[in-house]
Design a protein around this ligand. Structure first.
Ligand SMILES: C[S@@+](CC[C@H](N)C(=O)[O-])C[C@H]1O[C@@H](n2cnc3c(N)ncnc32)[C@H](O)[C@@H]1O
Length: 313
């Protein structure tokens, strides 16, 4: 993610780890890629420039419209689809496509989503407490904060925000909403700040906003689904790259890639190692890749980005 100037269409998002993604995906002319998180279309554009064809998915109608406009000159080489990447299989079936040569996921929110107050992702500017990437999804962050029971809020703040004061914050929010339901980002940020004073540069509501966003968009559920669905449509030799911004997501990717990259399994009770029936990948990079200092100096939002990539065997 980034803090770049807006493009001509008013959408701004500089792709993170752009060169590293291209190296991992190694697009060849005529190959077919799925970009599961089209966003501003930056990564897709570099795949298209390399001569590959791209099916670009985004669940956000605004992102899809902007990226489609940006990539219009690539003609039929680019095909935008409004979809959740968890539904990759259905998307490919509907298009009559059996196999692909590469898959890219750059998980999370775009700079444009974060910086558009009316989307309700940010405590930096006031807006409706929304946070839906898919604007047609039934549940907003306000719905969640106003209706979830206290145990559920604690679970969300703990698990997705790793927030040490989850219990206090959840109880406080439940108390407030009895008289004044939450409807704006500023209201929620102020409620958290009233019991958790600022320490350092970070706003005390940072983790709470992150946790609600992950819950509202079922981000971990979508990631688990695509990790399970990815191997089937990948051609032999196809590349699969994932950029995450959160340790929970990175752990899921790391564990999945590792489990599917082991040729054999071994257990103490077995006389010898046995072939691993889940073995479908070989790693492209042994370790995760993070942003270079030069990228970080121009794009601080890349600081928590981690890239992992595998190749289908
Ligand atoms: C970090 S941005 C991607 C930026 C993009 N790589 C670029 O170069 O501009 C993430 C985008 O993925 C979308 N997104 C996140 N989770 C998604 C999902 N499960 N299905 C489809 N789109 C998703 C968001 O709406 C957002 O536009």
């Amino acid at each position: 993610m980034d803090s770049s100037p807006q493009d001509a269409a008013g959408f701004h998002h500089v792709p993170v780890l752009a060169e590293e993604v291209l190296t991992a995906l190694a697009p060849q002319p005529g190959e077919l890629f799925v970009d599961g998180t089209l966003g501003g279309g930056g990564h897709s554009e570099s795949l298209l420039r390399a001569g590959a064809h791209v099916i670009g998915l985004d669940q956000d109608a605004t992102a899809l419209a902007h990226a489609s406009e940006r990539l219009r000159n690539f003609g039929e080489a680019f095909h935008p689809v409004r979809a959740n990447f968890r539904d990759l299989r259905t998307v490919l079936n509907d298009l009559g496509i059996g196999k692909i040569d590469g898959l890219l996921l750059d998980i999370g929110v775009s700079s444009h989503q974060l910086d558009t107050a009316s989307r309700g992702f940010s405590f930096q500017s006031d807006g409706p407490l929304d946070m839906r990437m898919d604007q047609s999804a039934p549940m907003t962050a306000a719905d969640l904060v106003n209706t979830a029971d206290v145990e559920e809020l604690i679970r969300i703040f703990r698990k997705y925000g790793e927030e040490p004061s989850s219990v206090r914050i959840a109880k406080h929010l439940v108390e407030i909403r009895q008289t004044q339901p939450f409807s704006t980002t500023a209201q929620l940020a102020a409620a958290v700040e009233s019991i958790l004073p600022r320490r350092g540069k970070r706003h005390p509501a940072t983790q709470i906003f992150q946790a609600l966003r992950i819950a509202v968009n079922d981000e971990l559920g979508a990631l688990e689904a695509i990790l399970n669905n990815a191997p089937a449509p990948l051609n032999k030799g196809a590349r699969f790259a994932v950029i995450t911004f959160h340790s929970l997501e990175d752990r899921l990717v790391k564990q999945d890639f590792r489990a599917r990259s082991q040729a054999t399994l071994d257990r103490p009770e077995w006389a010898a190692p046995r072939p691993n029936p889940a073995h479908v990948y070989q790693p492209i990079n042994r370790k995760s890749i993070t942003a270079s200092t030069s990228e970080l100096s121009s794009n601080p939002r890349a600081r928590s980005a981690r890239l992992r990539a595998v190749q289908k065997i």
